[in-house]
Design a protein around this ligand. Structure first.
Ligand code: NAD
Length: 359
């Protein structure tokens, strides 16, 4: 609620969003609208056929498909893509896929300044952010640069219906994590609060539906909508403990991105909410439950999706390394985090136990 005491800074991000069913048909017109004449379609190898299909749809505007995106954008992969773009006279990038395909297009844009049009097929949300990431032997580096922010995002609700049930649910929890952390971000505003609350409201019931019925078009639409709102929050606010932990664990032990978010989120919600009363109030309202961490665990249990970090491949002696790397990193958080807190949180997340006080 706004009062005379309210004070905030809100910095929105530019971008055009096209949303609906079958909107992939609009990609050629949207690419033209950006003033491009020869665009490269960037995908993961697993989505090569889809990428070729989109390249054909683009007709004379197409510079072909480039199916070489992999998770976390290795520097060598980005360098080869930049060479390919320069040799091929490409003047725009169409990223079709999840965070990996969009991440590779962003890495090329960072180097070349080419415009990116994103067609997301997961709920990771990278399409709405100016955040890039690159990985080499020293780990993953990330940064913010407006050049990598997709100029246009085409959400075709039907595209994510081929996403397997488990990846649909964990990707939706990845989106939920952006919304939750936006609610306690130091630079949140009434607008990001609204978007984050609506994202949570859309995502949680819909992720349950698609796990049982992957083709349900209404649930898919709600997940894409929630991913858009949550991704926008990720782009406009500063993330806290949860994203820092996912970054450290993903980078140190090469854990799967969406799964790591899914395992950790109930623990971080339970830890932070006592110190974030406004976030608690918004989340409680959005999820219609006064214990959001317990609700999320119940949902994961119902769907058979409760896991521990050990099930994702983290070694037990890695807990101490993760604690020290997280303690060394700077990040915002509504609640002070001690080494003991981290050891306890990661120890529970490791085995798949619930947070303290949540069965
Ligand atoms: P992903 O892009 O790696 O996709 C996972 C797998 O699912 C891939 O094999 C992909 O081809 C396949 N896939 C994607 N959509 C599909 C569909 N509709 N049907 C069938 N298969 C499909 O996974 P992700 O979780 O979307 O992205 C993770 C990466 O994105 C990580 O590297 C993460 O760091 C990054 N990320 C970046 C940001 C940012 O703002 N920069 C935000 C979120 C995630």
């Amino acid at each position: 609620m706004i009062s005379a005491e309210s004070t905030f800074v809100h910095e929105g991000l530019p971008g055009r969003v096209v949303f609906g069913r079958g909107t992939i048909a609009q990609v050629p017109a949207e690419a033209e609208r950006l003033g491009t004449e020869r665009v490269l379609v960037v995908t993961s190898p697993e989505q090569e056929d889809q990428g070729q299909g989109l390249a054909e749809r683009l007709g004379p505007q197409s510079a072909g498909a480039y199916p070489r995106a992999v998770m976390h954008v290795p520097v060598g992969v980005a360098r080869e893509a930049v060479d390919h773009v320069r040799r091929g006279g490409v003047d725009g990038l169409v990223a079709l896929g999840g965070g990996s395909a969009i991440g590779l297009a962003k890495a090329v844009a960072l180097e070349t300044g080419l415009p990116v049009l994103a067609v997301p097929t997961t709920y990771a949300g990278s399409e709405m952010t100016p955040v890039w990431g690159l990985t080499d032997e020293g780990g993953k580096r990330t940064g913010r640069d407006r050049r990598v922010l997709p100029r246009t995002v085409v959400y075709d609700v039907d595209l994510s219906s081929t996403l397997p049930a488990e990846l649909s649910a964990t990707s939706a929890v990845n989106a939920l994590a952006h919304a939750v952390e936006a609610l306690w971000a130091p630079d949140r505003s009434p607008v990001t609060d609204l978007m984050a609350g609506s994202a949570a409201e859309a995502l949680v019931p819909a992720l349950e539906v698609v796990t049982g019925d992957p083709g349900d078009p209404d649930a898919r639409a709600r997940l894409s909508y929630g991913a858009w709102l949550a991704g926008s929050c990720l782009g406009m606010t500063t993330m806290s403990l949860h994203h820092k932990l996912c970054h450290v664990l993903g980078g140190t032990f090469d854990l799967p991105h969406a799964w790591t978010h899914t395992v950790l989120l109930p623990h971080v919600i339970a830890f932070n909410l006592p110190a974030a009363p406004e976030a608690r109030e918004r989340l409680t309202r959005a999820l219609a439950d006064d214990d959001p961490a317990a609700l999320l665990l119940r949902v994961l249990d119902r769907l058979g999706l409760r896991r521990g970090l050990r099930d994702l491949g983290m070694p037990e002696d890695g807990i101490e390394l993760a604690v020290s790397r997280t303690m060394d990193a700077a990040y915002a958080n509504p609640r002070e985090v001690t080494e003991t807190d981290l050891r306890d949180l990661l120890g529970r997340a490791f085995t798949g136990a619930g947070p303290t006080d949540v069965p």
